[in-house]
Structure formats: C-alpha cells, structure tokens
Design a protein around this ligand. Structure first.
Ligand code: 5RP
Length: 223
C-alpha cells in the first residue's frame, strides 16, 4: 500500500453512518473514496456524499455511494479532501486538480474539514505551488495582463492537448507563480476583489484536521 492509500484509509475512519460527507477531488481523495465505497458495500455504511467535481461524481457513482447536490442538503457533517500545500499554520493551497471552486463551496458549507495529504504537501509557507485562480472566460486576457502587471507571474492552465483547461463550472484557470506568499489574507482579499475572478485556491482558516501520510506511518493532526 502506498502512502496516499494509507492516508486515504485513515481518513475514511472519520466517517460514521448517517453522515452527509463532502467528497474531495484528486489522487489522495481518490483512495479515501475507494475505502468509503468498500465500507458502503461491505458494512452497509449509510451515508450521503456531496461531490466536489464531476470526476469525483463519476468515481462515487461507480462505487454506488449515494449522492446529493450541495443544494439538496441542509448541511455537510464532514468533508475529506486533498490539498496541494499546507503551511505550518495550517492554511492551504488547493485547486491543482482544477476543482477549487466546488471544493471551496463544499468546504465552506461543512461543519468539519479534514485534509488528507502525503508529507510532501506540508511546507513552511505557501506559494511554491502555483496558486490557481478561476476566472470567467469573458475578458480573461485582460485579467491575465493585470495579474502580469502586478508581478504575479500568471500562466494559463492548459490541457494535455494544449487547449485552455475548462473547469466544471465552465471557467478558465490561471496559475500564479508567486514563490513565497507574504500575506495570505491580503492576497486572498486582493484576488477575490478583481472583477472576473470567480474564486482562488487559498483556503484560509478552513481545515480542522490534517491526515498526513508518511513513510513511517500516518499522522493525524488536530488544528
Ligand atoms: C483538486 C485539489 C486536490 O485536492 C489537490 O490538487 C491535491 O491533489 P492530489 O491528492 O492528487 O495531490 O485541490 O482541485
């Protein structure tokens, strides 16, 4: 079993019957969802999932995990998702898999958020991983130039075929190559105030528990 698998297995222990569970996106959340699917099939675990992407929806449906949309539930008990970077004060960058908008919608409507990562995601300060910004298509070239002028070193997120990546909500993604982010709160506020920005990948004061897969075993950190 690899590190991500072990961490996914551990994260699934947080789920109890009758819960409404946010289902994250990415290669680590994948293993959590696999384990959850097994528990639904083998233990009769009775849960309802709320997905964070079309990809996760397909995966959950293939495992017969019952699903509802965010609008169909009153609240979400627990969301388990991956992350691209977690700083030592537990702020995060997400969206490497392109799902940051739905991930943030689900996270911000959850009573509790658990991030499941391998140890490479734990960093001192955020910013080495490119910060994804989801933008509406109309006027996005102008917005790109604005971000360039600000010195944020933007690049378009592209598909393997070289086309612009389109999110589940039909928007583009711009990745900012920032190096180290001085003030995450300031940047978060600045980005969300730019007209055309739908959401960005800074997830601040979101996580309650981090499950870290390490070579020597899985660590659970309460924030
Ligand atoms: C997708 C995400 C993922 O949670 C993040 O990219 C981590 O993915 P992985 O577990 O594959 O490294 O934010 O938008």
């Amino acid at each position: 079993m690899n590190i991500k698998q072990q961490a996914g297995l551990k994260a699934a222990e947080f789920v109890q019957s009758e819960m409404i569970v946010g289902l994250g996106t990415g290669s680590t959340a994948y293993y959590f969802i696999e384990t959850l699917g097994k528990r639904v099939a083998e233990e009769g675990l009775n849960i309802t999932g709320v997905v964070t992407s079309n990809k996760t929806k397909e995966h959950a449906l293939s495992l017969d995990i019952p699903l509802k949309s965010l609008d169909e539930v009153d609240s979400i008990d627990l969301t388990i998702d991956g992350a691209d970077e977690i700083s030592n004060d537990f702020q995060g960058i997400k969206g490497g898999g392109g799902a940051l908008l739905f991930e943030k919608l689900v996270a911000s409507n959850s009573d509790r958020n658990v991030w499941v990562v391998d140890e490479s995601k734990c960093v001192g300060a955020l910013g080495t991983f490119p910060l994804p910004v989801e933008v509406v298509k109309y006027g996005s070239d102008r917005l790109f130039r604005k971000l360039e002028k600000k010195g944020y070193k933007p690049s378009w997120r592209n598909t393997e075929l070289g086309d612009r990546y389109i999110t589940d909500d039909g928007n583009y993604l711009i990745d900012l190559h920032l190096g180290q982010i001085e003030s995450v709160y300031h940047l978060s506020k600045e980005l969300i105030q730019l007209v055309g920005v739908v959401e960005h990948g800074l997830f601040l004061d979101t996580v309650d528990t981090v499950v870290v897969g390490k070579k020597e075993g899985t660590e659970v950190i309460s924030v």
